[in-house]
Design a protein around this ligand. Sequence first.
Ligand SMILES: [Ca+2]
Ligand SMILES: [Ca+2]
Length: 236
Amino acid sequence: MKALIKIISIVVLSSLNLTFAFYADITIDGLFGDWETVNGYADDENDTFGGPKDDTMDIISYKIANDEKFLYVMVVVKDDISKGKTNRGAYQVIIDSDNRYDTGIQSDTESPYPPHKEPMGVDRYISVETKMGQLLGIGMAGFTKDADKIGGPGEFKIQDAICEVQIDKNRYELSADLKSLGIDIESKIRIALLHYSAQGTVDWTMPAITYLVTMQKAKVDMNGKLVSKWGRIKSY
Ligand SMILES: [Ca+2]
Ligand SMILES: [Ca+2]
C-alpha cells in the first residue's frame, strides 16, 4: 500500500495543472472494485490541523469519476469512520461548478476554508454527516453567483438533489447528480475535499483539482503523454 501511494504521489506531482477526467461505471453500494481503474490522487498522512488528532478525518487518497448523470467521489481516510468521537463529522466535496473564481463563495475570503493557493469560487458542496462515527446522511447545498457569505442569504439547500453515500470502514463513496450540481457535460470544474469535525479538526485537499466532466473514458487533455500512459495501463 505504501508503494502504491508513492506511485500515485509521483503521478500527481508530475501532472500539476492538468485536467483529469474519468468516465466510469460506478455503483454506490459499499463495494469498491468498480473504482480500481480510476485515477487516484494522494493527500499527506498525519496532516490534520486545528483540533485534536483525529485519524477519521485524515484524507489519504481520493478518486473522482462521472457518467452522464452523476459525479462520483471516493475517499480513503486513515482510520475507520465508525471510530469517530465527534458530534459532527462533515465530509465535504467542495465544487466550483463553472470553473469561475468570481461566482459563488471565494474560498480564500471565508472560513471554514483555511489559507491556500489557487482559490476557487465555490458554487456547490456535498456534505456527508456523521455523529459519533454513525452516518447521519448526505445532502447538497449551493451558493448564488453573487453570494458573499457562508450561511448568508446567498446559500441555499438543494432539497431535490439526488445524492447517495456508502461508508466501508476507512473509506466512503458518494454520488451526486450533475444537474443539481449545476455541471454541464464536457465542462471543467474544480473540486476539493474538506473534512472537519465539531472539535475543530480539519483536513483538506488544496489547491483544488481541475476535473473535466466528459463522456469519454479516461480522457486527459492538455498533455498527450499522460493520456497515452493511462490509456496503456487501462487497456492492459
Ligand atoms: Ca491527509
Ligand atoms: Ca464558481
